[in-house]
Ligand binder design. Structure first.
Ligand code: ADP
Length: 625
């Protein structure tokens, strides 16, 4: 096939434009990015060869080489990793939009000052154009005899050609260096001393040897140190931090570092990090997570999901096992008993670490919670075995103060006559904290947890109770706030009201029979005329809303709730005297108001506003005379 010219897609063009014209500082990080790609390529080849041994030539040893040439002003970065097919080159390096490129552009203002973040976005390759005005990539995929040459000046187009790679499988990247200028932070990247110090600074942890021709013989530039195999007392804080950065490309400090060795029935070393901040793609569906897995120091894979439950997906790090068989495949790992045990152990350790953080550094824990609390909460419905431990780690907003509270703290503040732990669910703090459902509880001085994360509905559902105390939604039927004594006192009043208001209750039930299950007298309202509550066995209105947002519905239609009316509100006394026609209208308005009160949408907002306007006119007419 002849050499072909292709266009970069619009996003990559923009990205290149930023890389070439706007990233001024830290241009040296291009080397880290390309070395890390080379190292990943070697890891991939090693992993694939576990199941396809023929991919590795007999004497194959992993190797990355740097070949600087100050005469031709070029730097070659050569690896004998997995290589790419021509399709992969176009996909990974050329045209297909990658989510990272978009995200990178959106962060552009901050990026301008921090080009070292580029690797996080999965677009590290392009950093080569910070220092080179022409980049040539020659690659050949393991198991294939077809090589591909890709070349670009970073100007919007690239060329592709079919040329076998003389060295066989692997990738060679040739950078034709821009003229170096101190003030542009372009150092002489063909100088061996410069390269040596950059490898030490950024790529020392790379697990495969990075070699360069020294004065007499080849030199290995990186120490490849496996700090996780050392004892924690031998590793400095700085080393832990550097390794975290190497692993995650996150330039912030990790919040917590946990380094330990498990012994006994199974042996492994683990180095875990709790990050301080979410990565940019945290909430994306395709976010990779998991720990890196090593077996006896041999890298097996990054992002091994089987080593962490999904609700701990923010945890980064690695596990190096001495018991697992090197012959594992991704599919087999899932069923491996030892892997399950490692996951259990790592989960316990992570939960204990968070508990420790909560007890000893509350404010750091609150920061952690803001970033990852919603994720951790998913564990309550999904990991029954650790439910108890997870409950202790929960933080909630509540009506007692602006500070978040644990359940234990809530229980300690419970009033003597308070039976249950009360909560309300909704879309936002401002909505729930003004909710009329709180009226009676406020009056009694009972604290209410304000649950506004979508996952909370599932959390409280799964929890049901905490240390013997029931979790009770204040939006459900059966809210039992009064003591026996108070009840007795009110019983008489209630009976009386039921008799007096019977005509209103009956007429409302009839008007609203398609909307609600029942209309009853309320004990939870003081100022508001009416509200809707879910039967104790039905999903709440908020849950139904969440499900329908997710495209799921309960048996195809929403479940009717019970309407509660406030017997002390003057509107019902008036309603007793109103005409049947008025009663019908008022019932409809009250129902619409109750929907608004619980945070639901009105089925017919136009009708509602017409009805209100009509009431205003009537009110004005009746005050005229
Ligand atoms: P990232 O490495 O973060 O995915 P890059 O832009 O650096 O983003 O690289 C894009 C992709 O190109 C890589 O994911 C990998 O599939 C491929 N790639 C880059 N360099 C190499 C290499 N030296 N050998 C094999 N594949 C490579």
């Amino acid at each position: 096939m002849a050499k072909q010219v292709q266009n970069f897609n619009a996003e990559i063009k923009q990205l290149l434009d930023i890389v070439i014209h706007s990233l001024y500082s830290h241009k040296e990080i291009f080397l880290r990015e390309l070395l890390s790609n080379a190292s990943d390529a070697i890891d991939k080849l090693k992993f694939n060869s576990l199941t396809h041994p023929s991919l590795l030539p007999d004497s194959w040893q992993p190797q990355i080489r740097l070949e600087p040439n100050s005469e031709t002003k070029t730097l070659k970065i050569i690896d004998n990793g997995i290589g790419m097919t021509q399709e992969e080159v176009t996909e990974f390096i050329g045209t297909i939009a990658r989510s990272g490129a978009k995200a990178f552009m959106q962060m552009n203002a901050e990026m301008k000052t921090k080009p070292e973040l580029i690797g996080q976005f999965g677009v590290g390759f392009y950093s080569a154009f910070m220092v080179a005005d022409r980049v040539t990539l020659h690659t050949q995929k393991a198991g294939s005899n077809d090589g591909t040459v890709w070349e670009s000046h970073g100007d919007g187009t690239y060329t592709l050609d079919n040329v076998p790679r003389p060295e066989g499988t692997g990738t060679t990247i040739t950078l034709h260096m821009k003229a170096f200028k101190e003030e542009d932070e372009i150092q002489n990247f063909t100088d061996k001393w410069v390269l040596k110090s950059l490898v030490k600074k950024y790529s020392d942890f790379i697990a495969h040897p990075i070699k360069m021709q020294g004065e007499k013989e080849d030199e290995t530039l990186n120490s490849q140190k496996a700090i996780w195999l050392k004892s924690p007392s031998e590793v400095s804080k700085e080393e832990y931090k550097e390794f975290y950065q190497h692993l995650t490309q996150d330039w912030n400090e990790p919040l917590r570092t946990v380094h330990y060795k498990a012994e006994g029935t199974m042996e492994f070393n683990a180095l875990l990090y709790v990050p301080g901040k979410k990565p940019w793609n945290y909430n994306m569906r395709d976010m990779e997570y998991g720990l890196s897995l090593y077996i006896k120091r041999v890298f097996i894979m990054a992002d091994c999901k089987d080593l962490l439950p999904p609700y701990l997906r923010f945890v980064k790090g690695l596990v190096d096992s001495s018991d697992l068989s090197l012959n594992v495949s991704r599919e087999l790992l899932q069923q491996d008993r030892q892997v399950t045990q490692i996951r259990k152990n790592v989960t316990n350790k992570a939960l204990a670490t968070l508990k420790d953080l909560l007890t000893k550094e509350r404010s750091a824990y609150e920061d952690f919670w803001t970033e990852f609390g919603a994720t951790l909460k998913e564990g309550i419905p999904s990991d029954a075995a650790n439910k108890e431990k997870l409950q202790d780690l929960l933080l909630f907003h509540s009506t007692s103060s602006d500070k978040m509270t644990t359940l234990d703290e809530y229980v300690a503040r419970m009033k003597e006559n308070q039976k249950d732990i009360y909560y309300i669910t909704g879309d936002s703090l401002s909505q729930v904290s003004n909710s009329p459902y709180l009226e009676k509880l406020k009056e009694k001085g009972f604290e209410v947890l304000l649950l506004v994360d979508p996952v909370d509905e599932w959390v409280v559902d799964a929890m049901n109770e905490f240390k013997g105390k029931k979790l009770q939604s204040i939006m459900r039927e059966g809210l039992d706030l009064d003591t026996a004594e108070e009840k007795q006192k009110k019983e008489e009043e209630k009976k009386q009201a039921e008799v007096t208001l019977k005509p209103v209750l009956d007429s409302m039930k009839k008007t609203l029979e398609n909307n609600v299950k029942d209309v009853v007298l309320s004990e939870r309202l003081t100022n508001t005329p009416a509200c809707l509550v879910a039967s104790s066995s039905d999903p709440s209105a908020h849950m139904q809303k969440l499900m329908s947002q997710m495209g799921k519905e309960y048996a195809g239609q929403s479940i009717k709730r019970i309407m509660e009316i406030n017997p002390n509100h003057p509107v019902f006394e008036k309603m007793l005297k109103a005409s049947p026609d008025q009663q019908t209208k008022w019932a409809e308005i009250l129902y619409a108001q109750a929907l608004l009160t619980e945070g639901s949408n009105l089925p017919d907002p136009v009708k509602f506003s017409q009805q209100i306007a009509e009431l205003m006119v009537q009110a004005a007419d009746s005050t005229k005379h």
